[in-house]
Design a protein around this ligand. Structure first.
Ligand SMILES: [Zn+2]
Length: 224
């Protein structure tokens, strides 16, 4: 069977997390989101984990080299034999080169980079319309999934608030960071013929079936 070594890219709010969940279920792939695998490494207490813990606790930015090693450790695990889903790494061209080398060393390569795209206005509309309940973090959307009574959680009756992360100013700032960091990376992968674009504005099931169709085509091409 051919491998599915995948990287997910896309702005916040375009539905990357949802697509990741669907792909994990479709293909039984391990999902490596940077934050999660760092937390796992720290919890495991390995030498690498201890190093990561010290850096995270000191409040410093975790250096590329360390994240790279944590990811390499995962690439060598049995669960990643047939593929993986990376999210949040690579974020820069330097990290992309690191990943390319790590894979080459193992006689592997990326199958595709899946860009789940959405225009900025749509991202702002989606994220700034979110409301979260103060008690259990139940999530609503003022347009797409409103509660029965405005400002009140259907499930536990607690107050709904807009999280700081979802405030329009914060969303715009996150989008600026995303464009600055990720646009060059998108071109870098485009040049390598690895980039595949998907419309994050389409319904999630539709995006998922487009991704599966693309992966099926790539698998056929790999066999020829
Ligand atoms: Zn609630």
């Amino acid at each position: 069977m051919s491998q599915r070594n995948l990287v997910l890219l896309g702005p916040p709010g375009a539905g990357k997390g949802t697509q990741a969940e669907l792909l994990m279920a479709d293909f039984d792939l391990p999902y490596y989101a940077t934050g999660n695998i760092l937390r796992d490494a720290i919890a495991s207490g390995t030498e690498l984990g201890v190093q990561a813990k010290e850096i995270v606790e000191s409040g410093e930015l975790v250096p590329d080299e360390l994240i790279g090693r944590v990811i390499e450790e995962r690439l060598d695990s049995a669960e990643a034999e047939d593929g993986f889903l990376l999210d949040g790494f690579p974020r820069t061209i330097g990290q992309a080169e690191m990943l390319e080398q790590a894979l080459e060393k193992r006689g592997r390569g990326l199958t595709a980079v899946l860009l789940i795209d959405a225009p900025d206005e749509e991202v702002v509309r989606r994220l700034s319309g979110r409301r979260t309940c103060v008690k259990n973090n139940h999530v609503y959307h003022v347009d797409f999934d409103p509660p029965k009574i405005e400002g009140v959680c259907d499930q536990d009756g607690s107050r709904l608030v807009q999280r700081d992360d979802d405030k329009p100013e914060t969303v715009k700032k996150r989008l600026r960071v995303y464009h600055d960091q990720t646009e060059p990376l998108i071109h870098w992968y485009e040049d390598r013929g690895l980039l595949r674009r998907f419309e994050g504005t389409r319904p999630p099931e539709e995006v998922n079936s487009h991704i599966r169709a693309t992966l099926a085509t790539l698998a056929l091409e790999a066999e020829i």
